[in-house]
Ligand binder design. Structure first.
Ligand SMILES: [Ca+2]
Length: 364
């Protein structure tokens, strides 16, 4: 299999390591491509009328909020799947290339406080724009919905110390079971400087914050460091395993090699040193070099480019026997949802694929 290798200079570096490393057994996972025997997940179109919808978050009353990348609208869909015409809130975004309003998450105590968090690339003019130079920053903000569904002006909680990239801005935000806020930031398509591997820089990482934007003292890389998982390229989705096995993380690779990983706190998913199942000699060596923090993926797409987005895990067997713990992965280029089941003994995966003609909302 021919792969693009942007870091050929590393080969020479690794050659200088002892030959004993060459004989080490590499961590390896053999993805199984057999379809799953049962497929109880059904995709149903619930509503339409969005302008480039990207993410959604469920509210306690059964309605959900949906982000529109280019308009900066947050739109509400009722429990009966009626799309409210007027947006809940309208953010001034820079939506050039992959920028825009990218992420949304309702606070775990939304019923009490009405807080909704959003991730976006802010315009520097107060108006939506796609001018490449008219971006202010990448931020996480919080607004409050009152009981009538009226939004208060957003308050910026986190301004990420980076220059927005035209590509690879990440943008998935999620509250974890510990009620902390998790944020994915891509490497902004500037990976030649190994930025995803640097533990002092937020690019190419999943970050962990308190709900007020402060950094938890028990973060895995230190009390003043927001990094939770590193070595990422551009992650649009992640989800905690309800069984407590870790954090399932999707990542978009270069020219294919999209991935699904199961990461523990403080772990390194390899980019840009490694970007798939370890099957090349220099990647095996790189895996050894990265050491115990490196975690190889549980699945990769090889030459295909499904462009994974959201990740979800079915928490119980309400959808049928054998469905509990199944992992669902949204796909942008190969529209539809891919599903996985994780073999608890080998931590490898079996996959099932149900192609769709165009994107649907996932009904769970
Ligand atoms: Ca707007």
């Amino acid at each position: 299999m021919q792969r693009v290798k942007p870091l050929q200079s590393l080969v020479g570096f690794f050659l200088s390591l002892s030959m004993s490393l060459l004989s080490c057994q590499a961590p390896s996972v053999a993805p199984i491509s057999e379809p799953l025997s049962t497929s109880n997940v059904k995709l149903t179109k619930l509503t339409e009328g969005f302008d480039f919808s990207v993410k959604m978050t469920l509210l306690p009353d059964g309605s959900f909020l949906v982000t529109e990348k280019n308009t900066g609208f947050v739109r509400r869909v009722s429990p009966t799947f009626h799309l409210q015409h007027e947006p809940v809130i309208d953010i001034a975004v820079n939506h050039a290339s992959e920028r825009g309003l990218l992420g949304i998450a309702a606070h775990p105590e939304f019923s009490r406080n009405g807080y909704v968090y959003i991730f976006y690339v802010a315009s520097d003019s107060g108006r939506d724009t796609d001018h490449p130079k008219a971006a202010s920053d990448i931020r996480v903000a919080r607004f409050q919905l009152d009981r009538d569904g009226v939004a208060q002006a957003p308050q910026t909680l986190i301004t990420l110390p980076v220059r927005p990239g035209p590509f690879h801005n990440g943008g998935c935000i999620l509250f974890g079971p510990d009620r902390n806020l998790y944020v994915s930031l891509g490497e902004l398509n500037r990976h030649a400087n190994m930025i995803s591997q640097l533990k002092g820089n937020p690019r190419g990482k999943i970050l962990r914050y308190h709900d007020d934007g402060s950094i938890p003292a028990d973060n895995p890389l230190g009390a003043d460091n927001p990094i939770y998982v590193y070595g990422l390229r551009n992650t649009f989705g992640f989800s905690f395993d309800p069984r407590g096995r870790g954090l399932f993380v999707s990542d978009n690779g270069p020219n294919g090699h999209d991935k699904l990983s199961l990461a523990m706190p403080g772990e390194n998913l390899g980019w840009p040193l490694i970007w798939g199942v370890v099957d090349q000699w220099y990647e095996r060596l790189a895996a050894r070099f990265l050491g115990r923090r490196y975690r190889h993926p549980i699945w990769e797409s090889f030459e295909r480019r499904p462009a994974p987005t959201a990740v979800g895990v079915i928490p119980n067997d309400v959808y049928g026997l054998g469905m509990s713990g199944r992992i669902l992965l949204g796909q942008y280029m190969e529209a539809g949802v891919r599903q996985f089941t994780l073999d608890a003994a080998t931590m490898s995966v079996a996959t099932g694929f149900r192609p769709q003609s165009f994107a649907y909302t996932l009904l769970l």
